[in-house]
Design a protein around this ligand. Structure first.
Ligand code: AP5
Ligand code: MG
Ligand code: ZN
Length: 220
């Protein structure tokens, strides 16, 4: 199964993708995570991307399309993948269509996570992650079971993202509405769009997403 999680910054794409990896054995392809790794490494891609990311703007299409084209060729993607944060522009969606066609792969669904703008700022400014395994948490909505200890790996160091501040969030939201929201009609027209209520609790959103995936599997 190949799916896209589509939604504004802080909608819960990464949170739900991690859960789907655990329960369906799909691979998570997060362009945000790949770009942050590239910035950390100081690679050419990282050097090109950093300024855009710090400003909360989208990285140029050809950079992210290149990253995904390479990653999707890896053998682990053959069992199915979850695209998290890609595509984000119509040009990226068209490039993805071409890539999938070349490889003879299908796209099963695009799951839109609908969340009010007001809720997103609180989600993003309270977010942190385990420094060792990347598991995601939130100061208020998703605390580790034992304070200061990662549920998944027992790590005790946590990190916050450089772009998770109020000012950058406003730019990221603007980029979403202007450049990414046009993907909703793009996929609706193709009969791929399924919408879940992203304002619900994390567990309830997981339930809704699984319902979509189970319905798809039953229809195949
Ligand atoms: P990216 O890393 O993709 O960031 P984003 O789209 O801004 O999305 P986030 O990762 O912030 O949010 P999320 O939806 O994953 O939410 P999460 O699950 O963590 O991109 C970063 C940057 O990279 C971009 O700005 C751009 O510069 C560049 N980039 C990346 N891809 C690109 C592309 N394709 N093209 C061009 N540029 C690209 O949840 C957030 C918090 O809320 C967590 O703390 C979580 O615990 C909590 N939470 C989650 N769900 C709920 C819930 N239901 N209720 C309460 N709390 C919740
Ligand atoms: Mg994310
Ligand atoms: Zn961890």
């Amino acid at each position: 199964m190949n799916i896209i999680l589509l939604g504004p910054p802080g909608a819960g794409k990464g949170t739900q993708a991690q859960r789907l990896v655990d329960s369906y054995g799909l691979v998570q392809l997060s362009t945000g995570d790949m770009l942050r790794a590239a910035v950390k490494q100081g690679s050419d891609v990282g050097k090109r991307a950093k300024g855009f990311m710090d400003a909360g703007a989208l990285v140029p299409d050809e950079v992210v399309i290149g990253i995904i084209a390479e990653r999707i060729d890896e053998p682990d993607c053959a069992n199915g993948f979850i695209l998290d944060g890609f595509p984000r522009t119509v040009a990226q969606a068209e490039a993805l269509d071409r890539m999938l066609e070349e490889k003879g792969l299908g796209l099963d669904a695009v799951i839109e996570m609908e969340v009010d703008d007001e809720a997103l700022v609180e989600r993003i400014t309270g977010r942190f992650a385990c420094a060792s395994c990347g598991a995601g948490y939130h100061d208020k909505f998703q605390q580790p079971q034992k304070e200061g200890v990662c549920d998944k790996c027992g790590g005790t160091e946590f990190v916050r993202r450089a772009d998770d501040n109020r000012e950058t969030v406003v730019s990221r939201l603007k980029a979403y509405h202007e450049q990414t929201a046009p993907l909703l009609p793009y996929y609706r027209k193709r009969g791929k769009l399924k919408t879940v209520d992203g304002m619900a609790s994390i567990d309830d959103v997981t339930r809704q997403v699984k319902e979509v995936l189970n319905n798809l599997a039953a229809a195949q």
